[in-house]
Design a protein around this ligand. Structure first.
Ligand code: SAM
Length: 362
């Protein structure tokens, strides 16, 4: 049995802060809420010392909701028939990317469901134009693709790739993703790291059958994988999905997860996710005070947003780059930290032996 005395908890938090290590059992204890205040304060100190005060900005464009997968939690899964499917034409994507630049964000995140309709060449051409014509760093989030696609996109200039692990439990993964294999996810992570991408990963908190121990293992695996960025959000029910009646994940647990990841992997860029702000309107602010340093505003043209409801979102009036900029400035004032308009590359130590993953140039 784990003793839960205050003395032991503060020892664990102190070791996390100074040595960035903990056992699975210790992580379980802190995930259960042994001392949130001390945990969040330690994560905030480590965030300040390792990645600084700047709020990194990644502008998202959801370029298509067409998806061949049947993920139980997802509102754009192939099994959801109530949404209109779309694919944005290249000129609209480029216009949205120009908006990202105008709003002072250094990176465009090109995200979509998984579909061969987004051809290797279409994506490569987009990457080249966003990097050279618009001058933004590019993160791709297009799911599992053959290594040859990843190579082509890296050669076209893509800096980063976001592919969430979703869970470290292969059985839970199989239950949530019919027809998909967890091991393939790991293979994709390794391929991306080898190609020199900065790689983003993360999990969903509150999936059915997930325990606090699963989350402790998630944390340890995210550290071991040698990733550069992480987005971790609570599960939010999506209309029409198989899990539409399952309750949302907990904001508190998500905040503890964010704080523990910051302590385990000090230099990783950690997002305050939209999913978190969906279950707690102050969620983004709280995450920024518990170790997060990135926010990812949505620049998808308003006419497509309803159809990209991966979960129930509260649609905001932030529908133009100018209004998004206003929101960002208010957010920055509110938390007392400056907006960072740089590309926001990973600046920590090399995480994998032989890896060249600074993602900065090709
Ligand atoms: N197809 C790409 C992929 O799988 O990486 C990108 C699109 S996918 C919809 C983006 C992310 O949305 C997933 O990695 C998943 O973590 C998140 N997501 C989807 N449905 C969700 C839900 N109901 N609650 C919380 N997160 C969800």
């Amino acid at each position: 049995m784990i003793p839960t005395d205050t003395h032991r908890t503060s020892d664990i938090i102190s070791r996390l802060e100074h040595e960035h290590s903990a056992t699975e059992g210790e992580l379980v204890l802190l995930l259960k809420g042994a001392d949130d205040r001390a945990l969040f304060e330690a994560a905030d100190r480590v965030r300040k010392a390792s990645v600084g005060d700047g709020i990194l900005l990644r502008g998202i464009i959801d370029i298509s909701n067409i998806c061949m997968h049947k993920c139980l939690y997802c509102g754009i899964s192939a099994t959801v028939h109530s949404i209109r499917r779309y694919r944005m034409p290249a000129d609209e994507i480029l216009r949205a990317a120009e908006g990202i630049k105008r709003a002072g964000c250094g990176t465009a995140v090109i995200q979509a469901g998984e579909t061969p309709v987004l051809t290797t060449e279409f994506v490569a051409d987009l990457v080249e134009r966003i990097r050279s014509d618009i001058g933004l760093a590019v993160t791709l989030s297009l799911g599992e693709r053959p290594e040859s696609d990843y190579r082509t996109w890296r050669q076209a200039g893509a800096n980063r790739y976001l592919l969430k692990l979703e869970t470290s439990d292969p059985l839970l993964y199989a239950a949530m993703h019919p027809g998909m294999a967890w091991t393939n996810r790991i293979v994709c992570h390794r391929n991306l790291l080898r190609l020199g991408f900065q790689v983003g990963s993360g999990v969903i908190i509150g999936l059915p059958g997930q325990s606090v121990r699963t989350l402790a293992r998630d944390l340890l695996l995210l550290k071991r994988l040698g990733i550069h960025m992480s987005g971790n959000g609570p599960f939010v029910p999506a209309q029409g999905s198989a899990l539409e009646s399952h309750p949302s994940g907990s904001a508190e647990l998500t905040l503890r997860f964010v704080a523990l990841l910051r302590l385990l992997a000090p230099h990783v860029h950690i997002a305050a996710t939209t999913a978190l702000s969906t279950v707690d309107p102050q969620g983004r602010q709280k995450a920024m005070a518990a170790g997060a340093n990135v926010i990812m505003p949505d620049f998808t043209p308003i006419k497509y947003r309803e159809a990209y409801s991966i979960y129930r979102k509260f649609h905001t009036v932030d529908d133009t780059p100018e209004r998004i900029r206003q929101f960002l400035e208010q957010f920055s004032d509110e938390i007392g930290r400056p907006l960072d308009s740089s590309a926001g590359h990973y600046r920590g130590p090399s995480l994998l032996p032989g890896s060249q993953s600074d993602g900065g140039s090709v």
